[in-house]
Design a protein around this ligand. Structure first.
Ligand code: S3P
Length: 451
């Protein structure tokens, strides 16, 4: 089946989904779909490269399909098919030195901030004019963090000074290398600047206030472009060119966080998530759970390309303690704050996530959504400046008949679903179908773990 068809076996969900308690504790071995960040990069880098790349383990989700659709519209030949395990595999023949083709119309990035922001860097060095747009959520998300440095390098965006999509980008074949101090720790920003920097004359360097995920720095050399990376600095020297590579995508730690946290919420559970990326820039949630006293461990099993890979094991732990998560660690668990908040809600004492202002500009305002959702559970959570504080309530009893609103945000949908799955009473989640953005088979995978 080609990726132009809807993803195989994805269950359809109505406007309200009743999530029933799992019949037994979670146990056994879990597998989660391919890493979303690495999948986007594999597709985009292969499209930029000269020659034919072979990709496997690619996440089949709406977000990654947005990237696949975008590179096809720009002239790459992506032949990716759904595999028996639900992943995508196949080939991508890139545009290489010819550059991307002028697309027929706007490129719709759907819900995918990664697609939109990384594409801005991909397009910056080429003489094309491309309108980028997205769904309602993506059209609310800030883009100036990307357009500002790319404009310094020589790309143009119209309407000038506009913060949100739709934006029309015109690339520039004579990009200038820059030395840039990023205002926030964002791998999307870092990647956009580095991808443009590949084609600029000289060394482009980006410094960040805290280390963000480094998949780009690790994968670009696989495509023949050396990068320099230190704790809070990444650079690339251009002009250079990408050549085709083979990429095997490991499982997504951000998806693994759901069964791991579910096991900490449902007494008697014990499970291992196999074959996930163990990038230290991504498994901050494991470190946080350890500090809360959870029985959780990682086992390194080698590498996929330059990405460390292995297993995460967890067992239900009776007493968890609240903890403070320092600002420097937030980027390593930024997408896991909603589900960690649910674990913090049953810990003893207060948990504080320092400086989580970035959560306000994710697929939804996740800071407000976490506080509202925990309030339905009777758990007190509040902000103090940009910090999120949660008063743990170990004696928590989930009331009957709760209705959570996912607000169309996949990570919120899965977080609130865990309340029903791991509890004693069902809950309703509005617009649960948005899980297809990152983890289409979330519910069936969770049910399988309790059989
Ligand atoms: C991503 C980086 C993070 C993360 C997002 C994926 C990436 O965003 O929240 O889900 O693939 O680079 P920011 O870079 O904006 O923090």
């Amino acid at each position: 089946m080609s990726t132009s068809a809807p993803a195989a076996e994805v269950p359809a969900f109505g406007p309200q989904t009743l999530i029933e308690p799992l019949p037994a504790p979670l146990h056994g071995e879990a597998r989660v779909p391919g890493d979303k960040s690495i999948s986007h990069r594999a597709v985009l880098f292969a499209a930029m490269a000269e020659g034919t790349s072979r990709l496997s383990g690619v996440l089949d989700s709406q977000d990654v399909r947005s990237s696949i659709g975008a590179v096809r519209a720009l002239g790459a030949d992506a032949q990716l098919d759904v595999q028996p395990d639900g992943s995508l595999a196949g080939t991508v023949t890139g545009w290489g030195a010819a550059g991307p083709a002028q697309p027929d119309g706007p490129i719709d990035c759907g819900n995918s901030g990664t697609t939109a922001r990384l594409l801005m860097g991909v397009l910056a060095p080429w003489p094309v004019t491309v309108e980028l747009t997205g769904d309602e959520s993506l059209q609310r998300r800030p883009m100036r963090r990307i357009t500002a440095p790319l404009m310094k390098m020589g790309a143009r965006f119209e309407p000038a000074g506009r913060e949100t999509l739709p934006l029309t980008e015109t690339g520039n074949a004579r990009l200038r290398a820059i030395d840039y101090d990023a205002p926030m720790a964002s791998a999307q920003l870092k990647t956009a600047v580095l991808l443009a920097g590949v084609f600029a004359e000289g060394t482009t360097t980006l410094r960040e206030p805290a280390p963000s995920r480094n998949h780009t720095e690790l994968m670009l050399p696989e495509f023949g472009v050396p990068t320099t990376a230190a704790a809070r600095l990444a650079s690339v020297t251009g002009p250079a060119a990408l050549t085709a590579a083979d990429v095997v995508v490991p499982g997504d730690p951000s998806s693994a966080a759901f069964p791991v946290c579910a096991a900490l919420l449902r007494p008697g559970s014990r499970l291992t998530v196999e074959n996930v990326s163990l990038s230290p820039a991504r498994i901050g949630f494991v470190r946080t759970l350890e500090r809360m006293g959870a029985d959780v461990a990682v086992r390194h099993e080698g590498q996929e390309g330059k990405e460390p890979r292995g297993a995460i094991s967890v067992a239900y732990t009776d007493v968890l303690r609240g903890c403070e998560v320092p600002a420097q660690h937030i980027a390593s668990l930024v997408d896991e704050v909603p589900v960690l908040s649910l674990v913090a809600a049953r810990a003893r004492g207060v948990t504080v996530f320092k400086d989580v202002s970035e959560l306000r500009v994710k697929e939804t305002d996740r800071l407000a959504a976490i506080i509202d959702g925990l309030a339905l559970l009777g758990v007190d959570a509040w902000t103090a400046g940009d910090d999120l504080c949660i008063e743990g309530t170990p004696s928590l009893v989930v009331p009957e008949g709760l209705v959570f609103d996912s607000l169309g945000d996949h990570r919120l949908a899965m977080t609130w679903a865990l309340v029903g799955l791991t509890g004693r009473v069902p809950v309703t989640v509005r617009d649960f179908g948005c899980v297809a953005v990152s983890y289409p088979n979330f519910l069936t995978d969770m049910e399988r773990l309790a059989k």
